[in-house]
Each structure stands twice: as C-alpha cells, then as structure tokens.
Write a protein that binds this ligand. Structure first.
Ligand SMILES: NC(=O)c1ccc[n+]([C@@H]2O[C@H](COP(=O)([O-])OP(=O)(O)OC[C@H]3O[C@@H](n4cnc5c(N)ncnc54)[C@H](OP(=O)(O)O)[C@@H]3O)[C@@H](O)[C@H]2O)c1
Length: 322
C-alpha cells in the first residue's frame, strides 16, 4: 500500500510503498482510509516531541481518520498508539474505538473536525462537572480546536462564552457562531491585553477556562483574571488542553490560595481511552448533524511531504486523502 512514512524525526514523512497492515486481534479490521487529518498531535508524534512518543522509527503518522469497512460501513476511528497510523491507503482499526457514520457524510470534514472538537467536548463532559448556565472563556479561540470549543461550549449550555485569541478576523467570525464577547490577545502591551481579559472574565463571572495556550499566555491571564474576580470563593475550573505558548507555567502559591482556582488537564491519559471512546458516537452524531464551519484543506496523500512543510502554522486543517 502507499503510505506516508517517517524515517527521521527531523524530516517530514515521505510518500512510499509500505507493507499492508494486517488485522490480528478479535476486534480488529482492515479499512480503506478515506481521510486522515494533520492535527498538531500528529505532527508532534512525527517529530518525536509528543509526551506519548516512544522514539521508535519508522512510523506511519495519523491518530484517527474516516474509513470504509469491508462491509461498506463508513466509520470514524481512533487508533491506539501504533507505528501504523492512518496516513496510508489502509489501516487496522479496532471496532471498539470507532463510530459508524451516516453513509452520505463528507469524510474530509469529519476527519478535520473530530479531533479539535473532541478537545472541548471531552474537557467539559469528562474533566469537570459542567452545568448549563455556566460561563466559559476559551483562551486561544482562533485555532481549529478553539473555534470548535466556542461552539461546543454554547451547544452544551454555556450562558456566556468569551473568545480570546490573536487573529482579529477569526475572532470576529466567532461572534456569529456563539461568542458573546471577544478579547484580542497579543499586541505590544501584554499587561493591557491581560487586563482586558480580566475585565471580560469578571463581567461574565467566568466559571470555566478552556486553555489551548498555557505557558506565557496563561502566566499573564491567570493573575489578571483572579485579581478582578467578583467573588474569589466561586470555583474557577481552569482546564489545560493545549500548549501553544509554552509547555511550562510557574503556578504562584497565592493563585491557589486567594481564589478558588482549580487547575486540571484534559487529554490522552487524564481521560482514559474507554472514556474517550464512549464519547465518539455522540460527538460524531453532533458534528454530522451539521452547523459547523469546518475549514479543511483536502490534500492528496502523495503530496504529504510538501503539505507537511507548508501547513505548519496554517489555520486550515490539512486532510490527506489516499
Ligand atoms: N488535549 C486534547 O484533547 C487536545 C485535542 C486537540 C488539540 N489539542 C491541543 O490544542 C492546541 C490547539 O490545537 P488546534 O487543533 O486548534 O491547532 P491549530 O488549529 O494549529 O491552532 C493553533 C492556534 O494557536 C494559536 N496560537 C499560537 N501561538 C499563539 C500565541 N502566542 N498567542 C495566542 N494564540 C496563539 C494560533 O493563533 P493564531 O490564529 O493567532 O495564529 C492558532 O489559532 C494544540 O496545542 C493541540 O495539541 C489538545
């Protein structure tokens, strides 16, 4: 079969011939891959920087995708940690880690949307007790996951959603899909930006932060929000999901003592595979029911090497079609 193959962590995958994958376990099955997306998680596996990375090579990247089974079903699947990822003409899936999709669904849109959508969906459903009527701040709202997070928070019943991010145009676009208020991050005066974020959070009495940035952005945002909190005894659930502005953050003791800040993370590990898999059918149904603006760039898998280089930092989610 043809596949994208990583032979070195400092070089993008190349389109090559590879031996076909074989199903061995009772729940395994070979599918024809229809679409597999280049999520940040896939990139970090392919360059060896993800926290789950084992350092083994060669590998076929791709953590999920949409495929067609031998009996003609279209399924969204999530792969276990494997060297035989989804960026290939065929992949071995585990029936217990997939959701059957309607036949007429667009595989490219689903492959693009499920991983970014899952981040907020799982954080709000599995990592805290989220109550309809609570208010949510999405920190880093202009990426694929952040844009989905705004819409999903609203769908799950958030009364008020603040979208904070760098890109003014995309922030403005979020106002028509659920953001009640936007805050522009970045600029020359980070303290002023943080203060604006603190004011917006105080006005909304924010209950939950979905944080895709962490690092330097969270270091400014947390004290700015806590200082202005109208009731510091009111719980503030800070869910760390991504780390676009740094893997590290120094947590000051007073943040945790002087306000009811509760920091948790959401991702592979803090949410078990069983819990993630249990959410797939509901999320797949929700996404296929439409309504989401999905920004996918359909790309032939044979162009993987070039697309890998070009798409770094791009906002359109690259989806490979074998
Ligand atoms: N834990 C989970 O379950 C889970 C699931 C999916 C994703 N994630 C993580 O979530 C993060 C975002 O994923 P994604 O799919 O949305 O990626 P993406 O589409 O590439 O978006 C990344 C976003 O980060 C923003 N960004 C980068 N540097 C920034 C800075 N200095 N200040 C403000 N914003 C900055 C970019 O903003 P601009 O628009 O201004 O360039 C871009 O919008 C990644 O870290 C990913 O690994 C986690």
């Amino acid at each position: 079969v043809h596949a994208a193959v990583v032979r070195s962590f400092d070089h993008p995958p190349r389109y090559e011939e590879h031996s076909p994958p074989e199903a061995t376990g009772a729940d395994e099955e070979v599918v024809e891959v229809l679409a597999a997306a280049l999520h940040p998680r896939v990139r970090s596996t392919a360059d060896g920087t993800h926290y789950e990375s084992t350092g083994e090579l060669p590998l076929i990247p791709g953590i999920d995708g949409v495929g067609r089974t031998a009996n003609g079903e279209t399924v969204y699947f999530v792969l276990p940690d494997t060297l035989m990822g989804s960026m290939a003409e065929r992949a071995v899936i585990d029936r217990r880690r997939c959701a059957v999709l309607p036949r007429d669904v667009d595989p490219v849109s689903i492959a693009a949307a499920m991983n970014p959508a899952m981040s907020a969906w799982i954080a709000l459903r599995q990592r805290i007790v989220f109550q309809p009527g609570q208010s949510v701040l999405v920190l880093g709202a202009t990426g694929n996951a952040g844009q989905m997070a705004v819409q999903i928070a609203k769908h799950l019943g958030a009364s008020h959603v603040i979208a904070a991010g760098r890109d003014r145009e995309r922030l403005a676009g979020l106002e028509s899909v659920g953001a009640d208020r936007t805050v522009v991050l970045g600029g020359d005066d980070p303290e002023r930006t943080a203060a604006a974020l603190g004011v917006a959070a105080a006005d909304a009495n924010v209950d939950v932060v979905l944080d895709y940035l962490w690092g330097t952005a969270a270091a400014l945002a947390i004290p700015a929000i806590l200082e202005r909190r109208p009731d510091r005894g009111r719980p503030l659930d800070w869910i760390e999901i991504g780390s676009m502005t740094g893997l590290e953050l120094t947590v000051r003791s007073e943040w945790l003592r002087a306000a009811r800040l509760q920091i948790v993370g959401s991702g592979q590990g803090s949410v078990s595979t069983r819990e993630i898999v249990a959410e797939l059918p509901a999320l797949a149904t929700h996404i296929t029911s439409g309504g989401y603006a999905i920004n996918a760039a359909m790309t032939p898998l044979s162009d993987v090497e070039q697309a890998w280089r070009m798409s770094s930092g791009s906002t359109r989610r690259v989806v490979f079609v074998p």
